[in-house]
Design a protein around this ligand. Sequence first.
Ligand code: PCA
Length: 207
Amino acid sequence: MKRLLLTAFEPFGGENTNPSLEAARQIKQMSFDDASIRVEELPVDRNRAIAAALEALRAFRPEVVIMLGEAGGRFRITPERVAVNVDDFRIPDNAGNQPSDEPIVEGGPVAYFSTLPIRAITERLISARIPAAISNTAGTYLCNRLFYSVMHAIATEGVAAKAGFIHLPYLHDQTIPKQVDQPSLSLESMVEGVRLAIEVSLEKITQ
Ligand code: PCA
């Protein structure tokens, strides 16, 4: 049995929900043949989110970590290629923090690459007719910060885990009240996309 840690974020930026949370809650109800999955719901707070994720990483010692978050405005499910060492928040987080141009880890590496099989994940989703593409930037907000912080902990604390981040578009429901047209996916596609990403990651990662 492999251990897989799945993280999701609470709503932020005036939204009532977060697709990552909705998808992760459904995944939590599923069983996977060869893995036990722990779901961690994270606050959109630059300090508490990282503390909770690192605590889960150290306590659960997963072989695979998949972090999820919302990227409103995107058309596809997007496995991220890279996390960069900078916090530059476009809007405050839910605790009111809004750092600009700050390193996440002072003196840390400029960036970390995802160690998830992002190409295989993207291809599997497309085969299942779920819109997907590799993304080359996770932004400079909390999702990038979480992604970088987890990769840094894995690199420096000798945790043998493969990890990476996947951004999800808006759910259909989120776009209904908006004044400006926005792309969205159904919850069904979102959940199936995450389920397939988990399946591919477990298949490709053998330790
Ligand atoms: N998306 C934000 C942070 C929380 C979330 O779900 C981001 O892309 O940084």
